[in-house]
Each structure stands twice: as structure tokens, then as C-alpha cells.
Write a protein that binds this ligand. Structure first.
Ligand code: CA
Length: 710
């Protein structure tokens, strides 16, 4: 307590001195509040370039360009970039947050929606906050218990929690100022995205399209937590009346009784406030379940899923929308970052919003009316659509890709992982390029109705049948990661960097030092020349990086901050080195050595069960276990690899975990609502068969010889 008071006092003096200096300089507006922490307001955010030493909001400025005017770290100096400080998190889960920096304090979140505040120069911990999300809530998350960061406004720090709360914290102490539930706690809804703030309102969505939910975006008063407005993405039951005219129109684009299965559309990441138009642009999620004809038979344009929707910030009133993926059956959420810029297209200066969509096309939309201006593929071999009709804005969908209609499986590129997902992209006005963490991967989709699924994801696709298709010898499988530097005016890539062997890059940061920073799953943070893609620098990070970096200045020194922590392989039971890493020129801090990987041995019991029972076990596994433990039990280390589980050797122990919930606090809840003891035993038989297969494969593999190529 004493330490906190002392820190608050010292920083208070500094902040006051800072205010006095800035007050005399009109191009550096400061917060009107007298609070000393998290002093962010509209004037200061509008002048984000004049406040280049700060990183005050998720995408740095309102436009979410993730371009910093700072240039002390540049193509000439970056070679001396070294670690200034690091701070460990207490979790092995995936980390996705962008660090926010306001007046020398760095705020980051970890998995489980925990918030950490540090002295940005030294890394000294100032406070932290744990919303104490129950471990059992993990079963409601499609894609791990992640969090993408905080918002700062008028003395407070805001975080959305995995269990659907929006919490305002005192920026100086981390004490809770208010805490509101934004979702129905009886439903599988989660918040993983960062809140955005403008006009004194906190904008927040949620995830849940994979769980038969109905998405919406809300605006809360930043001071009181009172709900100001809410806008639903998809229509509800017409019998109950519609909330507004748009829902009535949208209902005409749906078929069957979609409201019984929610419809989806959850806006789980992109929200951009545009001060030039006073609009909020929202990226909406996919329809659920995946196959359009199962979700919405006979009529499935399905507004407003997979769209950019523009709403008045003050009232939530609809203004326009552009839908990227009508008839979506491929999980093509439209939730990727929405970046606002002024571009000259065909000789006309336009104020546009840009998105590198999950569906593989780079969209440029006019903010004046939502009209599509440009849409070209930023990766190769897209096969769900042959192109986008600029006159109507509609994709030319490949009839074969409509596996929901043909009842034949289809191997689609991009995969449901997306050609680009939530990983932040950046736009440099200096080079005119957008830096996209991209992927080219194909994936099998086979429709299979799931009518009665009491818990977990409800996708209505069969992974077992999909992989039977995908594993045929004539299928050309590909899985490549790229950093693509996209020229939005010329509508083509200026350069790209390819990662080896299924590798992926994380979020990107562009700077006036002619640099692009990007972490990757190969356990490094790297810097590239922004104009050419030449790799100039990299530091080993001991763990994969998927989050986007930020940069700031304190005391005349520029820093680059990133949150690390993800796996692309290895053992869940080893640490994944989840940390904040902060670099500066001449930094000499060393990370402690990695610990040895715990040894794991495949030790399954004898195979048991008839082929039918194993097959049934595989189906049960795919419905309930796959979302965490991975397709065909291959989960790349983010969750325990069940093939190595000691519980495989005991029907009783397996049942204690799967049906009695012995590991519920770790997120492994009881599935007794959904499956019987017989089903559980079938899952055990299936996983045992996979473990034996892996054991045989390992025995056949030639032992690595020292010095031999491998
Ligand atoms: Ca999705």
C-alpha cells in the first residue's frame, strides 16, 4: 500500500509538470481531466500524432492505423535494439493484447481478462486486477480464454471479461469503479475484444456465433456504466416485433426459424470510431451454425452477418452497411480490423475504411455511403468466390463451394482460420502500404446437421467426414503464413515474406522509422524495412507471438512493447513464457534460460472397443472435445494433448474428469449434460487408438543421427 501511494505521488508531480508544458503548446492538447492516470480524452486522441510518445488506444489513433510517427528506432538504428525489461504473466494460455501506454504507464491484459499496469520505463509493477472469471467459463470460448487489451479514458481503464462483463478500473490503483454484465449469463457468450471509447461511450461486442447466439453491440456511459444504446446484428423472432426498421429488412434475408438458433453475427473484435463522420464502424461475425442452408434454409443472404455496419456513435442509429460474405458457410467473420484512411483512388480523394477480410479479399469501402470501391484477393488460390462485382458489391460465389447446398464436401481456401483474422494489421501513410498477417490454407467442410447439442459449439459440420475427404492422396493440401505488404491504391502486394512450414506471423506495427514490427510463432520479434520487406532485426522470444506490438517514448527514449505467449507445438505442461516484452535501443536485459520441456511418454493401454464404438467415439470427440483438444487430437500445445493423458489408462479416472468435472477449474467442465458414460468410454477408445497410431509412427521414424540432415 505504501509503495502504491508513493508511486502515485511521484507520477502525479510528473504529470502536472507535463500538463504545464503541454498547455503552452496548442498542437499538443491534453486531457481536460485533473486525473493523473489514464488521462485520455477526445481532444488528445484526435491529436494522436502530436502525442506520438503515447499509445492511448487499441489501434493507437481513432483510425486504427497502428502507425507511429516515432522514428528514433529506424532502419539505421534498429540493429542495436535490445530488451529493456520484461514482466511475466501467471498463465500458460494464449496472449493477444496490444499494450496501451499513457503518460509513462503501460497497461496490458493477459489470458483470463486480467489487467496489469507497469511503469513503462522500468517495468515496475504498479497494480494488477483479476476479474476472477471462473475456470468453467472456458467451455463457452471458441478459441481459448484470450483477451486483446484495455481502453483508457478520463482516468479509468476498461476491460471486457471472458464472462461478459465490462469493468471500469481506477487508472491509478486498479480499484473497480463500476462493473456491468453485458450478456445473459445463461448463454455461451464471451468477451475477448478490447473496448473502444469515443464521445464518452464505451463500445463493446461479444463472441458466440459458434454457440447459437444472437450478436449485438452496446454503448455504455464511460463514467457510470449505464447502457446508452444497443444494436442487434441479426433479427430476432418476428412474432416479438423488431427493434428497428433494419431488423425488419434483415428478416427478409433469412429463412426457416433462424431465431431459434440465434443466427450469430457476434461483433467480437473490430470497432472503429471515425471522428470525421462521427460514425462507429463495426465488423460483424459469421452466421451460426456454419452451413447457410442449415442455418437459414432457402434464403440466406443473412443480413447483417459478415458485414461492416456504420452506426451513429451518439445514438446507435444505423447509417449504412456493406456485407462481405452473403450465404456464408465458411466461418468468414467480418470482424477483422477496420482501418480508416484518406486514399486517392482513380484520381479521387476519398475517406475510406479498409479491411483485409477473413475471406481473402481486401475491401475498401467509402465511409460516405458504404459503397464498395475496391476488392482484390490478398492471398492466392481463393476458391470460394472468383471475384467481387464492384457494381453490386456481391461476391461471385463458386457453386461447388456451397457444400451446404450440394451436400458434397468442399475443400475451401481460405480455411475457417481466415486469410487474416483478428491479428492487427497496420497502415503506413509514409509507404502507403498495409501490413497484413496473412495465411493461405485449405480446409475441408462437410455439412452435417446437429439438431440436439446441449452444450459446446454447434457448427453443423463433420470434421471426421471432412478429414476423410482431405486425407485422400490426390488432395493438394497447403498451409502457408505470410506477411503481406498490400498497396491499397494499386490493389496488389508490394512485397511479401513467407514463413516456413505452416508458420504464422502475429499482429503488425508500422513506424515512421520505415519499419514494420511483427512477432511470429517461430518465437521471435522481427523488424522489416517497411518499403522493401528486408528483414533487419529479430530477437528470440522463447514463445510464439500472435499479438500486435505498440511503441511509445519516455524520457527521450523510444520503446517497442509486445505481449508474447502462444504455442505452435510442444507440451501444454511446460511454461509458454507469457510476458510483456519491452525493447529499446541499446537494451541489454536478458531473459532467463528456458526450462527443459517436461518429458512425456506415449503410454496408452491396449486398444479396445469395436470399430463402431471407436467411430462413435470419434464423432463424440469432434463435437465436444475438438474445440480445445484439436482436430484428430492434434492441438499444437495450447491445451493438453490427450494422447499422452494418464487418464487413458483408467476408465474410472477418465469418467471422473469427463463426466464428474474433476478438472472444472482448469476449464475442463463436466460434459454430463451432453454425453453418457458410454459416450465417454467411446471417446477414450478413440483417443487410445490415436495414441497407439502415434506410438507406431514414432517407432517407425528413423532415429535422428547427430549431424545427419533431418
Ligand atoms: Ca467465427
Amino acid at each position: 500500500m505504501y509503495r502504491l501511494v508513493r508511486v502515485a505521488f511521484c507520477c502525479g508531480i510528473l504529470a502536472l509538470q507535463g500538463c504545464a508544458e503541454r498547455a503552452s503548446s496548442p498542437e499538443r492538447p491534453v486531457a481536460t481531466s485533473f486525473r493523473h492516470y489514464a488521462a485520455v480524452d477526445d481532444a488528445r486522441l484526435r491529436a494522436a500524432d502530436a502525442n506520438a510518445d503515447q499509445w492511448m488506444s487499441h489501434g493507437r489513433d481513432y483510425n486504427e492505423q497502428r502507425f507511429s510517427p516515432l522514428a528514433r528506432i529506424n532502419v539505421d538504428t534498429v540493429k542495436t535494439l535490445g530488451l529493456a525489461w520484461y514482466a511475466d504473466f501467471d498463465t500458460r494460455r494464449t496472449q493477444e493484447a496490444t499494450p496501451i501506454v499513457v503518460d509513462g504507464v503501460l497497461y496490458a491484459t493477459s489470458a483470463w481478462s486480467k489487467v496489469f499496469a507497469y511503469d513503462a520505463k522500468t517495468g515496475k509493477s504498479l497494480w494488477n486486477y483479476d476479474p476472477k472469471v471462473s475456470g468453467e467459463w472456458a467451455v463457452n470460448a471458441c478459441c481459448d480464454v484470450v483477451n486483446r487489451g484495455v481502453a483508457a479514458w478520463n482516468g479509468k481503464i476498461y476491460v471486457g471479461t471472458l464472462d461478459g462483463r465490462l469493468v471500469a478500473l481506477d487508472g491509478g490503483t486498479g480499484n473497480v469503479m463500476w462493473n456491468v454484465q453485458t450478456t445473459d449469463r445463461t448463454q455461451a457468450l464471451t468477451i475477448t475484444g478490447a473496448p473502444r471509447i469515443a464521445r464518452g461511450k464505451v463500445f463493446i461486442g461479444q463472441a458466440g456465433s459458434e454457440f447459437e447466439q444472437r450478436g449485438y453491440i452496446s454503448a455504455y456511459d464511460a463514467e457510470t456504466g449505464k447502457l446508452d444504446w444497443r444494436w442487434y446484428v441479426v433479427p430476432g423472432n418476428p412474432a416479438n416485433g423488431f427493434e428497428n426498421a433494419q431488423m425488419e429488412l434483415a428478416a427478409k434475408t433469412w429463412g426457416g426459424e433462424w431465431w431459434k438458433i440465434g443466427g450469430g453475427g457476434t461483433p467480437w473484435d473490430a470497432i472503429t470510431y471515425d471522428p470525421a463522420t462521427d460514425l462507429v464502424y463495426v465488423g460483424t461475425g459469421n452466421g451460426g451454425p456454419f452451413p447457410a442452408e442449415i442455418r437459414s434454409p432457402g434464403n440466406n443472404v443473412n443480413l447483417y452477418v459478415d458485414s461492416i455496419v456504420a452506426l451513429r456513435a451518439q445514438t446507435g442509429e444505423y447509417v449504412w452497411h456493406y456485407q462481405m460474405t452473403p450465404h456464408d458457410s465458411w466461418d468468414y467473420d467480418g470482424t477483422q480490423q477496420l482501418t480508416v484512411a484518406d486514399l486517392t483512388l482513380d484520381g479521387i480523394r476519398r475517406h475510406v475504411v479498409m479491411q483485409a477480410s477473413k475471406n481473402g479479399f481486401f475491401y475498401i469501402v467509402d465511409t460516405a455511403n458504404g459503397k464498395l470501391l475496391s476488392a482484390q484477393p490478398f492471398i492466392e488460390d481463393i476458391n470460394w468466390a472468383s471475384g467481387i462485382d464492384l457494381a453490386t458489391g456481391a461476391p461471385r460465389i463458386n457453386p461447388q463451394a456451397r457444400y451446404d447446398r450440394t451436400n458434397q464436401g468442399f475443400i475451401v481456401n481460405p480455411s475457417p482460420e481466415g486469410a487474416h483474422s483478428w491479428h492487427p494489421m497496420s497502415y503506413s501513410p509514409q509507404t502507403g502500404l498495409v501490413y497484413i498477417p496473412a495465411a493461405r490454407r485449405n480446409f475441408p467442410m462437410v455439412a452435417e446437421r446437429e439438431d440436439d447439442n446441449p452444450m459446446g459449439q454447434k457448427l453443423s459440420v463433420s470434421f471426421a467426414k471432412g478429414f476423410a475427404l482431405y486425407n485422400r492422396p490426390e488432395v493438394h493440401r497447403f498451409n502457408d503464413g505470410f506477411l503481406v505488404a498490400w498497396d491499397p491504391v494499386k490493389q496488389r502486394a508490394a512485397w511479401s515474406v513467407k514463413f516456413a512450414d505452416g508458420g504464422r506471423g502475429g499482429g503488425t506495427l508500422a513506424t515512421a522509422g520505415n519499419l514494420v514490427f511483427q512477432g511470429n510463432v517461430n518465437e521471435e520479434l522481427a523488424a522489416y524495412r517497411a518499403d522493401t520487406g528486408e528483414k533487419l532485426w529479430a530477437a528470440p522470444t522463447q514463445t510464439g507471438i500472435v499479438a500486435g506490438a505498440s511503441t511509445f517514448e519516455v524520457g527521450g527514449e523510444q520503446y517497442v512493447a509486445v505481449v508474447a505467449g502462444s504455442r505452435s507445438g510442444g507440451n501444454y505442461y511446460s511454461p509458454n513464457y507469457s510476458r510483456v516484452l519491452v525493447y529499446k535501443l541499446g537494451g541489454t536485459t536478458q531473459l532467463p534460460p528456458k526450462v527443459a520441456e517436461p518429458v512425456r511418454v506415449l503410454n496408452p493401454p491396449e486398444a479396445f472397443g469395436t470399430p463402431e464404438r471407436i467411430k462413435h467415439g470419434e464423432e463424440t470427440y469432434n463435437r465436444f472435445c475438438r474445440p480445445c483438444h484439436g482436430v484428430q487430437t492434434e492441438n499444437r500445445g495450447a491445451f493438453p494433448d490427450l494422447k499422452y493423458s494418464a487418464a487413458l489408462n483408467s476408465a474410472e479416472l477418465f469418467k471422473t474428469i469427463v463426466l464428474d468435472g474433476a478438472l472444472a477449474q482448469n476449464g475442463m467442465v463436466s460434459f454430463a449434460k451432453a454425453i453418457s458414460a458410454e459416450d465417454a468410454e467411446g471417446v477414450r477408445a478413440y483417443v487410445v487408438s490415436r495414441a497407439i497410431e502415434a506410438q507406431q509412427k514414432a517407432a517407425l521414424a528413423p532415429a535422428a543421427q547427430p549431424g545427419a540432415p533431418h
